[in-house]
Design a protein around this ligand. Structure first.
Ligand SMILES: Cc1ncc(COP(=O)(O)O)c(C=O)c1O
Length: 472
């Protein structure tokens, strides 16, 4: 058998295993049932001295890893903000591996580069963003935030008379960052990576989750010089949106200039529906936007996207040159000059397939279905004794808690921690715990394309059965 026939055989084996997995996805428990020690005992072993047949290897891995697989792509996984994979996205992702393009330089795959460029344009059309903005497909919203903030860092540096990407930050004036108390951990991580500091962000009050515009204006007034502002379109606990038009107005009023970055990891999908588009009103006035593909676009991990108004700032932040990779005359758009990576996976094909297969209407319908599921669950929580909403459900996240009439605040917090654990251990539905405005609660996110009202009924029933005690 030649080497490519072996690949064919391995692919057939993988296809069979994957087909069975996907078929059973809706029925799988959504939680894992294994300790780290047990999983290590199942999977860990010395490097095999001799090889095995690829199909058999995959089958063996599945059998060993099974208790550690989380059906997070399934319809009853309401934890974090995880999406699933639409049929076209999943198939496109497979094909991307089989074709195995290096989607870094134009030179190594014009097909990958042009496909990504088209995906970026389609996404801008879907979200009503200016088509002339630059962008990049990333590995997720954290990297998208990093891309937008790197371009912003470049812009602020330029106003202050230096080039951060070339000169570094040492000995240069500080780059101030203003956001709200609800800035996501991912934006902080990006700021830390960029040398701007996680701990130096000036955090303005955000009662209810959305930044207080007067407080923001007051904070900016205390900043002498250009500034980076990070706004939220879809706060992770409640789905709350900053008033982006208001924030951009405040930024425009800052005499030395402000770069407005919006973390819109999942919230940007509100713009895919005329019903919810008002929530993102003003996002088109931002300087950069970071968002996610593996959340509400429902493409497999990993995928995100970033958009930047000033393409020069983006290119300056991520310029990479070398005699052997110079694009040369006649070359097209070079992905690697717009993001942190050089060689990289052809993520664009999964996103292209997903968008092509559903089109604008398909995505609008899916977003609306998800929001209806979320709103239906939120109504049920509001009407059901024993549970209560911790915040209004703005879009697709429901933040709620278990209640007991006789319990004081610390006991309620304990009970809700126990309730989250009990829901997770049940394996029927997966939700995540959180703390919202000092109170321990539970959050459910609705952004999986395959979730049906029947799945939401399973969630209601699981929450309705909760009878927790501390220590349980
Ligand atoms: C608002 C927000 N920003 C950023 C992120 C980080 O996304 P990722 O894990 O894809 O990097 C998340 C993830 O939940 C999020 O909700």
């Amino acid at each position: 058998m030649d080497q490519f026939a072996q690949s064919e055989q391995a692919l057939s084996a993988a296809a069979e295993i994957a087909r069975r997995f996907v078929r059973g996805l809706g029925d799988r428990p959504v939680a894992y049932a294994v300790t780290p020690e047990e999983l290590a005992a199942r999977i860990d072993e010395p490097l095999p001295a001799r090889g095995s047949e690829p199909g058999a290897v995959l089958q063996e891995w599945l059998q060993r890893a099974e208790p550690g697989i989380v059906a997070s792509a399934g319809p009853r996984f309401f934890g974090f903000v995880n999406g699933g994979a639409t049929p076209a996205a999943l198939a496109g992702d497979w094909l991307a591996s089989a074709i195995d393009q290096n989607a870094g330089p134009w030179l190594s795959s014009p097909a990958a580069a042009q496909t990504e460029l088209t995906v970026l344009r389609w996404l801008k059309e879907l979200f009503d963003l200016p088509v002339e903005w630059g962008g990049a497909l990333t590995s997720g919203a954290t990297m998208s935030n990093l891309v937008g903030l790197a371009a912003g860092r470049q812009w602020v540096g330029k106003q202050l008379g230096f080039d951060p990407a070339t000169d570094g930050l040492g000995g240069k004036p500080a780059i101030p960052v203003v956001s709200s108390t609800e800035i996501h951990a991912s934006a902080l991580k990006a700021l830390g990576t960029l040398g701007l500091g996680r701990g130096t962000v000036r955090r303005v009050a955000a009662p209810g989750g959305a930044v207080d515009l007067d407080a923001l204006a007051a904070e900016l007034a205390r900043v002498d010089g250009p500034v980076l502002v990070v706004a939220n379109a879809g706060e992770v606990n409640t789905g709350a949106f900053d008033d982006l038009a208001g924030v951009s107005e405040v930024c425009a009023g800052h005499a030395s200039g402000a770069w407005l970055h919006v973390d819109a990891a999942f919230g940007i999908f509100a713009a895919a529906s005329p019903r919810y588009r008002h929530l993102t009103h003003g996002i088109e006035r931002a300087d950069s936007v970071g968002a996610d593909g593996h959340k509400w676009l429902n493409v497999p991990y990993d995928c995100g996207f970033a958009f930047v108004r000033d393409v020069d700032m983006l290119r300056q932040a991520f310029a990479a040159t070398g005699a052997y990779i110079a694009p040369g005359p006649g070359a097209g758009w070079d992905p690697m000059s717009h993001l942190p990576e050089m060689s990289r996976r052809f993520r664009g094909l999964a996103a292209w397939s997903a968008l092509k297969a559903w089109g604008r209407e398909g995505y609008q319908a899916m977003v609306e279905r998800c929001v209806e599921n979320a709103q239906g669950f939120a109504r049920w929580v509001a009407e059901t004794p024993g549970v209560e909403l911790l915040a209004p459900a703005t879009l697709n996240i429901v933040c709620f808690r278990y209640t007991q009439a006789s319990a004081d605040a610390p006991l309620l917090d304990d009970l809700n921690r126990a309730a989250t654990r009990a829901l997770q251990a049940g394996g029927e539905v997966f939700v995540t715990g959180t703390v919202w405005q000092g109170r321990v609660g539970i959050r459910a996110a609705f952004d999986n394309w395959a979730t049906t009202p029947a799945d939401v009924d399973v969630l209601k029933a699981a929450v309705g059965r909760l009878r927790v005690e501390t220590g349980s």
